[in-house]
Ligand binder design. Structure first.
Ligand code: TYD
Length: 207
């Protein structure tokens, strides 16, 4: 089972997913957490180029291609082999981030970025996508308050960019309603963990 977690900056998705993974492991499931861009040494090198704050003049399509290249390497080296072994793989961001950030917020077009990604992934989609939805004002304030979270090149975009990211994610949840579930990430942390756990557990039982 391949689960992806998506959402705007500061939605808390990474720490919530970690807690849920720990709970599932205690129950005997084999869970592997990974992230994009990155997840393998080559993909992490690509990540450094993409997120480097010095690369202010990176072209939008170059950015989209680098995310897709990192995604391909991550799938080949990590996600596909682990899924084959029967592990539950949870990826912190995947294809829908490219659709929301590059396709929507950068204005490159959802369908153009979707077809680029279909080429990169051989048309592979997650079984379940959890969208941690929160208003950008709340998300960005959380990042500012978290000293452990390094600010990257995309965090530095204007509030309108982050609003567009959120709106595109919500549109994608409608378009791909068979695999998307929206989690209200503005709720207290413990409630977000509980909601997420319930959704994942339900899907695992359907499998
Ligand atoms: P990261 O530090 O992992 O942020 P977060 O904790 O919010 O997940 O940085 C990843 C950044 O890259 C984030 O701003 C979202 C962006 N991104 C894209 O624009 N397109 C993509 O395809 C992916 C995977 C991420």
């Amino acid at each position: 089972m391949f689960i992806t977690i998506e959402g705007p900056e500061g939605s808390g998705k990474s720490s919530v997913a970690k807690k849920v993974a720990e709970r599932l492991e205690k129950e005997g499931f084999e869970v592997v957490m990974t992230r994009e861009p990155g997840g393998t040494p080559i993909a992490e090198q690509i990540r450094n180029v993409i997120l480097d704050k010095a690369n202010t003049n990176m072209d939008g399509m170059t950015e989209a291609l680098l995310y897709a290249a990192s995604r391909r390497q991550h799938l080949v080296e990590k996600v596909w082999p682990l899924s084959k072994e029967g592990k539950i793989v949870i990826s912190d961001r995947f294809l829908d981030s490219s659709l929301a950030y590059q396709g929507g917020a950068r204005g490159l077009g959802i369908d153009k970025i979707l077809s680029l990604n279909m080429f990169a992934t051989d048309g592979y989609f997650p079984d379940l996508t959890l969208l941690f939805d929160v208003a950008p004002e709340i998300g960005l304030a959380r990042i500012a308050a978290n000293a452990n979270r390094e600010v990257n090149r995309l965090d530095l975009e204007k509030i309108e960019f982050h609003q567009q990211v959120r709106q595109t994610f919500l549109d994608l949840a409608k378009r791909f309603s068979d695999r998307f579930v929206i989690i209200d990430a503005s709720q207290p942390y413990e409630k977000v963990i509980e909601d997420t756990y319930k959704v994942v557990k339900e899907r695992l039982q359907c499998k």
